[in-house]
Design a protein around this ligand. Structure first.
Ligand code: PGA
Length: 228
């Protein structure tokens, strides 16, 4: 079980240190946090297993605003998210770019959580499997790769996928790629246990509920108790 907290554009270094000082991950579950770039050093120094929220495919170069895998590794960062739907939606990231980011990060030695998931329009049009197949097909199997199934309609909306819907999507992703699959999209303390109980749900990528120590700890505890 892997529980990853995606802090998005929240928590600068001071708030990151305060979180780390008060947060005690329970035994029996792997917990990582993905703070903003400016807080990565604070998170690493505080002893948290730390992921970046994105990573570029080149080791260095004229790419204003980007950060490379060797730079992250040099800081003690363990991995990175790639292809989060907010990157795809608001910053024009393509499947091809996501593939390049994932490949370079894995080759450099980072772990990667690659995010996939359909929009509401795609789900309603019956295109969920088609979208997942397209997004997953650009990824190559790697022991450091985890896929996060995050239906876009469930992110930050309070509309969590039912455990059955998540299970179905996870099983489909696993039929395409041999990798653990974690679920993301409005994971909260009150729905975490039912999601984690599904056989192909291998953890969670938690946004909003990872910002609060109590709710994040309670989700981590639910995962630690899960036997799936
Ligand atoms: P949420 O975000 O838990 O706030 O829905 C999940 C994510 O975007 O990773």
């Amino acid at each position: 079980m892997l529980i990853a907290g995606n802090w998005k554009m929240f928590k600068g270094p001071a708030a990151t240190r305060a979180f780390a000082a008060a947060f005690e991950p329970p035994a029996g579950v792997e917990v990582v946090v993905a703070p903003p770039f400016v807080s990565l050093a604070a998170a690493v120094e505080s002893g948290l297993t730390t992921f970046a929220q994105n990573v570029h495919w080149e080791p260095e170069g004229a790419y204003t605003g980007e950060i490379s895998a060797p730079m992250l590794l040099g800081l003690g960062v363990a991995g990175s998210l790639v292809g989060h739907s907010e990157r795809r939606q608001y910053f024009g990231e393509s499947d091809e770019g996501v593939a390049r980011r994932a490949k370079a990060a894995l080759a450099a030695g980072l772990r990667v959580i690659a995010c996939v998931g359909e929009t509401l329009a795609e789900r309603e049009a019956g295109k969920t499997e088609q979208v997942l197949r397209r997004q997953v097909s650009v990824l190559e199997p790697n022991e450091r790769l985890v896929v996060a199934y995050e239906p876009v309609w469930a992110i930050g909306t309070g509309l969590t996928a039912t455990p059955e819907t998540a299970q179905e999507a996870h099983a489909f992703v696993k039929s395409l790629l041999d990798a653990p699959v974690i679920y993301g999209g409005s994971v909260k303390p009150d729905n975490a246990a039912a999601l984690m109980a599904q056989p192909d749900v291998d953890g969670a990528l938690v946004g909003g509920a990872s910002l609060d120590i109590e709710s994040f700890a309670s989700i981590c505890t639910a995962a630690a108790r899960s036997h799936s």
